[in-house]
Design a protein around this ligand. Structure first.
Ligand code: ATP
Ligand code: MG
Length: 460
């Protein structure tokens, strides 16, 4: 058994063809050769019969009257082959024709006819012999021809049969190859569907016109996908529940540490409290992000829930939230907003934009160069219809081309990154974009340095 089903099928088909075709060829050739010989023999026999009718007795002696015209037609009847004939009396004496053909002696009853192979001067001949009544005895009429043309015809018929058999076998193999390929298509379709799936796409496979042999495989894959989906959903719920449970005590911890910082403490205790407060803030944000990831995935699975949203309004909301924080850090946060309507979930889009602005504030700007951040919303022309686009651009260090895929992985941070993030921000951005059928592209900022993150939504 070969690894490929197609190769195994073809191997068997070729084996069967290799067995059947030579057998068929053998019998075809044999039949063809017999028919060719029979046709030549029959013409020779007819001439022997015709010449026999020209023998008669006169004055007790056998006579043979052959007109010149009949002799010419006899001599040329075999085309390029030579035709001989001889008439022998009852005692074997020569009466007419080519004397050398009188040998060998052949014993025949009156009226009998025979066909045999013989030779004349080393040349093979096919000969028809007929015994005709000559008084009390029997005269013999012999007609013979050389076999050049007969052999050529036999050879040609072998070749034609071989070509027909070979061509037929080739056509058969090609046709079976084609049929096998067509029959295998459903398997290839299952293969393609699985190959182009994203990890989150656990919908049942498209069936189309699946043959019954492939159906059980597709059913089994669908059942597996369903079990994986159930399991993934359980995990998401677990993460969401765990994050949710963590939020309350973490919020309490953050508040308590904040309050404690307001009290007077010895410097060493104060420093510890500051570190505790920062850790509490960080862990609380992590719990929020985990909850957000779980909810984004869940809501992307929910049908409905999307509403008409203007990206401009989403950005204006974000401005209220982020401008004070930008001012605190001495960053210049600007907005270039145009109306851009799409169908989506407003709170998720706000979260997406929040993560991008957070990154820009976190990674752009230093002591000498304050961060300059621009948020843009617009409708751009796309193939077919206009598309809503959201961009956040900064003048920071940007992200190297080689890292632009990896930064979307969960918990991946560029080595040496500033701040105390966990590497979940861009993963959340991508998940929210995917839930809206949008794509996220990382580009260089328009003036060279810095990063421009572009989210392109599908045409409304
Ligand atoms: N605007 C940006 N400029 C330069 N580098 C960036 C920018 N945004 C993201 N990065 C890089 O991509 C990495 C991944 O970003 P992501 O937002 O996913 O995680 P994070 O910011 O490190 O942590 P979190 O967002 O969870 O707090 C960051 O660690 C940073 O190195
Ligand atoms: Mg981030």
């Amino acid at each position: 058994m070969l690894k490929s089903l197609k190769a195994t099928l073809m191997l068997w088909v070729v084996l069967v063809i290799a067995l059947v075709v030579p057998l068929r060829f053998f019998f075809d050739v044999r039949g063809q050769l017999q028919r060719t010989s029979a046709a030549y023999d029959s013409s020779l026999s007819d001439w022997a019969l015709a010449l026999g009718n020209l023998v008669h007795m006169r004055d007790g002696e056998p006579q043979f009257d052959l007109s010149e015209q009949t002799e010419r037609s006899l001599r040329t009847t075999a085309g390029s082959d030579t035709v001989y004939y001889v008439v022998l009396g009852p005692n074997g004496q020569w009466v007419a024709g080519d004397a050398p053909l009188a040998m060998p002696l052949i014993g025949l009853q009156r009226g009998e006819r025979r066909l045999l192979d013989t030779q004349l001067g080393g040349q093979p001949l096919r000969m028809a012999v007929r015994a005709v009544e000559c008084g009390a005895g029997a005269c013999q009429v012999r007609v013979a021809e050389t076999m050049g043309e007969r052999e050529q015809t036999r050879l040609a018929s072998v070749w034609i049969t071989a070509l027909l058999a070979g061509g037929g076998a080739l056509l058969l193999a090609l046709a079976i190859w084609r049929v096998v390929s067509v029959a295998m298509r459903p398997l290839a379709s299952v293969n393609e569907q699985l190959a182009e799936r994203s990890l989150d796409d656990l919908r049942p496979l498209r069936r189309g016109r699946m043959p019954s042999e492939v159906q059980p495989l597709v059913d089994a894959i669908d059942q597996l996908l369903q079990r994986v989906a159930v399991d993934a959903s359980r995990q998401r719920h677990f993460i969401a529940d765990a994050a949710h449970q963590l939020r309350t005590p973490l919020t309490a911890l953050r508040t308590e540490s904040e309050l404690a910082l307001l009290e007077g403490h010895p410097p060493a205790v104060h420093a510890t409290l500051v570190r505790m407060h920062r850790s509490a803030q960080r862990v609380a944000r992590l719990a929020d992000q985990l909850l957000m990831l779980a909810r984004t995935e869940a809501s992307s699975r929910e049908p409905g829930g999307a509403e008409p949203v203007d990206l401009k309004a989403v950005a204006q909301d974000a401005a209220q939230n982020w401008v004070p924080r930008a001012l605190e850090r001495g960053a210049d946060l600007g907005f270039q907003l145009e109306s851009a309507w799409l169908r989506g979930r407003r709170h998720l889009l706000g979260e997406l934009l929040g993560n991008l602005v957070h990154n820009a504030l976190e990674y752009a700007g230093d002591a000498e160069h304050p961060a300059r951040i621009t948020v843009r919303t617009a409708l751009i022309d796309g193939p077919g219809a206009a598309r809503a686009v959201l961009e956040v651009e900064d003048n920071g260090p940007g992200i190297d081309g080689a890292e632009r895929e990896r930064v979307f992985e969960r918990f991946y941070r560029l080595p040496g990154s500033a701040g105390s993030g966990s590497g979940l921000g861009l993963a959340i951005v991508r998940d929210i974009a995917l839930a809206h059928g949008a794509s996220v592209t990382l580009l260089d900022a328009e003036d060279g340095g810095g990063l421009r993150v572009r989210v392109t939504f599908p045409a409304a």
